[in-house]
Design a protein around this ligand. Structure first.
Ligand code: PEP
Ligand code: MG
Length: 575
C-alpha cells in the first residue's frame, strides 16, 4: 500500500484498476506529393476538416452535450476548425510545399501547439491541448484510424492519461467513469473545467506515479484531497467505503438544503450569491439554487489570450451570461487588473509595490479605452438580463463620481448611435481599501450597494501581503480592526437603505458567517464549493445572535474577538 499525493483538479471519489491510456503517436507519412496531385490532396484535407466539423456539430445537435462547459469547449474546437489562418497554412503547405494532407495538417497544428506552449502564460499553454485535440480529430478523419483508445476502460477502472483532452472527458462520461488521473494538467485547462462540470474526479501531477502504478494496479482516488491510494490494504478499503457513505449522506443533505429558502431562523432573508471567474462556472447558480452572481471577476477574460476582449466580444459574453441566469442578478465587476493580476497582454511599467500601485479602478481610469469598451458592453448587455456593475478598489467618493459620469457619457453615446442599452442598472462599490470603509457613509449615498472585499481589506488594513507565505500568520481575517471596518461599512449601508454584501473569502468560511449576519449583512457572495456549508450556518442564525453581535464592543483585543467567534457564536456554526 502506498499513498501518492498529487494536485486536485476535480472533486469526487473513485476506485478501480489502473488503465494507461496511450495515445498512439500517429505515424504521419512524410512523402512529398506529385505537384499534379496537389488539388486532390487539398480536397482530402478539406474533407477531413468538414467531417470533423460534422462530427462536433452532431454532438451539439444530438443534445448529448450535458453542460454549458461541454458546449463551450465544442464551440472552441469548431472555431479552431474554422480558423482561416490555419486553413491557409494547410493549403499553402499542400499547394506550395507539396506536403501530403496529413503531414500538412500535422505540421501546421504542431507549430501552433508549440507556439502556445512556449508562451509564459500558463492558461495559453493549456489551450495547446485544445489544438492537439482538434489535430487528432482531423488526422483521425484523414487516416481512418481504427484504434479505440478506451477499449480497456469500464466502470471498474481508473484511466491514466499523459494529458487528458476535452474529448477524452466526454468519452469518460459516456463510459460511466467517476475518476481519472492525468500525469500533466492544469486547473484551468478545458479538460479540468469539463471534469468539474461533469463531476468526474481528477488528480494530476503525481510525482513517481509510474514507479508505483502499473497496468491493472488497484487504486482509490480522492479528487478533493488530490490523493491516490495504490494497492489499498483492508483498512484503506474500509476507510474509502466510509468516505463514499459520508459523501452520499452529504449529497442527500445538500439536496434537501437546496430546496430550503435562504432565511435565517427569525425569517430574515440572506441572499447567497456566487463568486465566479469564468463564464463556465455559471451553471453552479442553478445547480445550487443560488440567488445569483455577486462577483464576476471579469479580468479572467484576459487570461489565456494575446488580444484584448473588445466591446463586441464582451457584450456577447455578458449578454449570454445574463440571459442564462435571468432574472437572477449577474454582478459584473469591472476589470481588476494590476497588483497580482496583471495579464501578460500589457506592457506595464515596473512597480515596486504593485498592490499599492496602478490597480483596480485606478488602472481602468488610466486606460480610458478599456473602461469605455467594458462599460458600453455592460450597458448593452443589461438589456438582456439583470446586470449590476461593481467597481473594485474604490478609495474615495470622487472615484465614484468620475465613474458615474463616464457611465452617463457612454449611455448618451449609445443613445445617439441608436444602439440598444439599459442604464437602469444598480451600481455598487467594493469596499476593500480602508479609506472606503472609513468613508462608507458618503459612498453609500452615491451608489446602490456596497460589497466588502475582505481579501484586500485585510491586506491593506493589517499591511500584510495576501500572497506572501512568510507573513501569512499576520493575515488575520477576524482581526478586530478589520471587523470594525466591516461593521462601520454595514452600518453606513443600512443607514442609507442600501444593500450590503461581503464578497471576500470571509463569506466562504462558515465560522465567520454568524458574525457577518449579526452585523446586519444581508448578502454573501461565496465560492460554489462552500455554498451548502455557508447556507446551513446562515439558516441557523437568529435574533439573539444579532443582538449579541450588535452589542459587542469591537474595541477589544484579538483574543476578545476570538472568544466571541469561537465560543459564544459556536452553536450557530454547525454545518
Ligand atoms: C476581495 O478583495 O475581497 C475581493 C473579493 O476581490 P479579489 O479577491 O478579486 O481581489
Ligand atoms: Mg479585491
Amino acid at each position: 500500500m502506498k499513498i501518492l499525493k498529487g494536485t486536485s483538479m476535480a472533486d469526487g471519489l473513485s476506485s478501480g484498476k489502473a488503465v494507461f491510456i496511450t495515445v498512439q503517436e500517429i505515424v504521419i507519412p512524410q512523402d512529398k506529393i506529385d505537384p499534379a496531385r496537389a488539388e486532390a490532396e487539398l480536397e482530402e484535407a478539406r474533407r477531413a476538416f468538414k467531417e470533423s466539423k460534422t462530427q462536433l456539430l452532431s454532438v451539439l445537435e444530438s443534445g448529448t452535450a450535458e453542460s454549458y462547459e461541454q458546449i463551450e469547449i465544442i464551440s472552441t474546437h469548431l472555431d479552431i476548425l474554422d480558423d482561416p489562418e490555419i486553413k491557409n497554412f494547410v493549403e499553402t503547405a499542400i499547394t506550395k510545399e507539396y506536403d501530403n494532407a496529413a503531414s500538412a495538417v500535422n505540421e501546421v497544428f504542431l507549430s501552433a501547439i508549440n507556439h502556445l506552449r512556449s508562451l509564459k502564460n500558463k492558461m495559453m499553454a493549456e489551450r495547446a491541448t485544445d489544438f492537439d485535440d482538434v489535430r487528432s480529430l482531423i488526422l483521425g478523419h484523414l487516416m481512418q484510424m481504427e484504434e479505440d483508445l478506451f477499449k480497456d476502460v469500464d466502470e471498474d477502472t481508473i484511466p491514466i492519461f499523459e494529458e487528458a483532452f476535452p474529448s477524452h472527458i466526454s468519452r469518460l462520461k459516456e463510459l460511466g467513469i467517476n475518476g481519472y488521473i492525468a500525469k500533466h494538467g492544469g486547473y484551468t485547462s478545458h479538460a479540468s473545467i469539463l471534469s468539474r462540470a461533469l463531476k468526474i474526479a481528477c488528480v494530476s501531477n503525481i510525482p513517481d506515479l509510474d514507479k508505483y502504478v502499473k497496468e491493472g494496479t488497484p487504486l482509490l482516488l480522492d479528487g478533493e484531497s488530490g490523493t491516490v491510494v495504490v494497492d489499498p490494504d483492508s483498512e484503506q478499503l474500509e476507510f474509502f467505503a466510509q468516505k463514499l457513505q459520508i459523501a452520499e449522506l452529504i449529497k442527500e443533505k445538500n439536496e434537501r438544503l437546496r430546496e430550503r429558502e435562504n432565511l435565517t431562523k427569525d425569517g430574515d432573508r440572506v441572499l447567497l450569491n456566487l463568486n465566479i471567474s469564468l463564464p463556465e462556472e455559471l451553471d453552479a447558480v442553478d445547480e445550487l439554487n443560488a440567488d445569483g452572481v455577486g462577483l464576476f471577476r471579469t479580468e479572467f477574460l484576459f487570461m489565456g489570450r494575446d488580444t484584448l476582449p473588445d466591446e463586441e466580444e464582451q457584450y456577447q459574453t455578458y449578454k449570454k451570461m445574463a440571459e442564462q441566469i435571468a432574472p437572477k442578478p449577474l454582478t459584473i465587476r469591472t476589470f481588476d487588473l494590476g497588483g497580482d493580476k496583471l495579464s501578460d497582454i500589457f506592457e506595464s511599467p515596473h512597480e515596486e509595490n504593485p498592490n499599492l500601485g496602478n490597480r483596480g479602478i485606478r488602472f481602468m481610469l488610466s486606460h480610458p479605452q478599456m473602461l469605455k469598451a467594458q462599460l458600453r458592453a455592460i450597458l448593452r448587455a443589461a438589456v438582456h438580463g439583470n446586470i449590476r456593475i461593481m467597481f473594485p478598489m474604490v478609495a474615495d467618493v470622487e472615484d465614484l463620481w468620475e465613474l458615474r459620469h463616464k457611465l452617463k457619457q457612454y449611455a448618451d453615446e449609445l443613445y445617439y448611435e441608436d444602439i440598444p442599452y439599459n442604464d437602469d442598472v444598480q451600481i455598487g462599490t467594493m469596499v476593500e481599501v480602508p479609506s472606503a470603509a472609513i468613508n462608507s457613509d458618503l459612498l453609500a449615498q452615491e451608489c446602490d450597494f456596497l460589497s466588502i472585499g475582505t481579501n484586500d481589506l485585510v491586506q491593506y488594513t493589517l499591511a500584510v501581503d495576501r500572497g506572501n507565505d512568510q507573513v501569512h500568520r499576520f493575515y488575520i481575517q477576524h482581526h478586530p480592526a478589520v471587523l470594525k471596518l466591516i461593521k462601520m461599512t454595514a452600518d453606513s449601508a443600512i443607514k442609507h437603505g442600501k444593500s450590503i454584501s461581503v464578497c471576500g473569502e470571509m463569506a466562504s468560511i462558515p465560522e465567520y458567517i454568524p458574525i457577518l449576519i449579526g452585523m446586519g449583512i444581508t448578502e454573501l457572495s461565496l465560492n460554489a464549493a462552500a455554498y451548502y456549508k455557508v447556507k446551513q450556518v446562515a439558516l441557523n442564525c437568529d435574533a439573539e445572535l444579532k443582538e449579541t453581535v450588535q452589542n459587542f464592543d469591537f474595541g477589544v483585543s484579538l483574543s476578545g474577538v476570538e472568544h466571541l467567534i469561537y465560543s459564544q457564536l459556536k452553536p450557530y456554526q454547525e454545518t
